[in-house]
Design a protein around this ligand. Structure first.
Ligand SMILES: [Zn+2]
Length: 93
């Protein structure tokens, strides 16, 4: 069983959480100026990294808050969690 640490509630079972995809996807500001290829890239194209991956999780069966996690896609180990709006671990200032 995978254990996930909610930044507000503490350690809980994975069954309490919903996966929300890659973190730090920035919604384009001027979508009318985008062509179909650019819009398709924004909607569908995501990293498929081996190793460190920054992703969103929702504590759906708990506080229902969203947060980000740094997870290793090889070992499934979650190295750290941080609140939405905070910098990712190891990110440049
Ligand atoms: Zn929670």
């Amino acid at each position: 069983m995978l254990l996930i640490t909610c930044p507000w509630c503490g350690v809980r079972s994975q069954t309490e959480f919903s996966y929300g995809g890659e973190a730090h996807i920035v919604r384009p500001l001027d979508t009318d100026a985008m062509n179909d290829a650019e819009w398709g890239d924004y909607v569908f194209m995501r990293k498929n990294s081996k190793g460190r991956h920054l992703e969103q999780w929702n504590h759906a069966m708990g506080c229902r808050r969203w947060f980000n996690a740094e997870r290793d896609t090889v070992t499934y180990r979650i190295k750290s969690v941080y609140k939405v709006g905070e910098k990712a671990p190891g990110a440049a200032e």
